[in-house]
Write a protein that binds this ligand. Structure first.
Ligand code: PMV
Length: 360
């Protein structure tokens, strides 16, 4: 499907008022998306685990206006309070998607949104937040186009979410979502995420992700700035090539359930993301001393315990500890006794892979 397939001509029906509510999860990339082209097209394909516990719950009420407005009409409550800081992001999002949802200027919207995780925890809420809002808007469009099938609904929801925040397009479905053209992945697209289409070994079912909150607070580098740093980056082309290769490798790993090889790629991807930031202009170090302490502890424990835990990182200092469900008891015991000391006030979130967004 191309961008044109998501354009809508006239709607046959119309609605005056209504309300939809979606709960959408965050995701953790195994192959990272870092660098983009125009219109939120990724510079390389990526793959992620959809999470289960870290979610955004968004409701959207709409009322038809007397006539079309020149400025989008909406009010916004975040955790019960009006939040003006979020308005520009939503306005940009609405501008980007209005070609694909031509009814947007005909309604007033009341958006109420809250996260299951603390806002200032350093966990990016853009993936869960943008996907939840995109899904509410798609529910609205489905009312106007009653014969829309669920495959189109999911693809367009992912397509719209991507225009809000790239990684958000990987939060519609689960537990494994791939986004970005890749020569050996059938159905892959730069425009939306798809459920990983090949066989996945049972060891990856209900995979655990314990998120260690090493550094709470605003991100030091926004992802918009971060992606931009890949333009003219001396290692950009090699990095993009590596992501393609890692996706090829994953095909066998996911099918065979080879945890050793899984660990090698997941950790290499996390460190490469940070290496890209350390070698861009300007350069950044987003890990904190405690991030490194945690990584070293994980490596040492893996060696002695022969368990299969590994780490992943987003564009910040927090650490995602990933491990199979059958090692949960041993690994969580280790996390509690050895790793929580490096988290701010011992804060952490026990998450696992999930099946994607749900309508409430
Ligand atoms: O969706 P964005 O633009 O916030 O980018 C997210 C990038 C990473 O989280 C660092 C990697 C990824 O693939 O999720």
């Amino acid at each position: 499907m191309t961008e044109k397939d998501f354009l809508t001509s006239e709607y046959s029906s119309s609605k005056k008022t209504g309300k939809f509510r979606w709960k959408s999860p965050s995701n953790i990339a195994l192959v990272k998306y870092w660098g983009k082209k125009k219109n939120q097209v990724p510079a390389n394909p990526s793959l992620s685990f959809t999470l289960d516990t870290c979610t955004t719950d968004t409701s959207l009420s709409y009322q038809k206006l007397e006539k079309k407005v020149s400025k989008f009409s909406f009010d916004l409550l975040f955790e019960g309070k009006s939040k003006n800081d979020f308005r520009p992001k939503i306005e940009t999002f609405l501008h980007r998607i209005e070609t694909y949802l031509p009814f947007l200027r005909e309604y007033h919207f009341s958006i109420e949104t809250s996260n299951s995780f603390p806002h200032s925890s350093g966990i990016a809420s853009s993936a869960s937040g943008m996907s939840a809002l995109a899904l509410c808007l798609m529910s609205m469009e489905r009312e106007l186009v009653p014969d829309m099938n669920s495959d189109f609904f999911n693809k367009k929801a992912s397509f719209l979410a991507r225009l809000g925040s790239g990684s958000a397009c990987r939060s519609i479905q689960g537990p494994l979502v791939q986004w970005g053209n890749h020569s050996t992945i059938e159905g892959s697209s730069d425009f939306y995420g798809i459920e990983y289409p090949y066989k996945v070994h049972d060891i990856f079912k209900n995979f655990q992700d314990t998120i260690l909150l090493v550094d709470e607070g605003q991100k030091q580098v926004s992802s918009t700035v971060g992606h931009d740093l890949m333009h003219g980056h001396p290692f950009a082309e090699q990095r993009f090539g590596q992501a393609h290769m890692h996706l090829c490798d994953f095909q066998t790993i996911l099918e065979d359930g080879s945890l050793k090889d899984f660990i090698k790629i997941v950790e290499s991807e996390a460190l490469t993301l940070h290496a890209m930031m350390m070698t861009s202009h300007p350069y950044f170090i987003l890990m904190k001393p405690n991030t490194l302490k945690i990584i070293n502890k994980i490596w040492a424990f893996r060696e002695t315990s022969k368990t299969n835990l590994c780490f992943s990182l987003d564009a910040g200092a927090n650490v995602h500890v990933l491990y199979p469900e059958n090692e949960k008891e041993t690994v969580y015991k280790f996390i509690k006794s050895e790793l929580l000391q490096f988290c701010q006030h011992g804060k952490h979130i026990c998450d696992r892979t999930g099946l994607g967004a749900r309508e409430n």
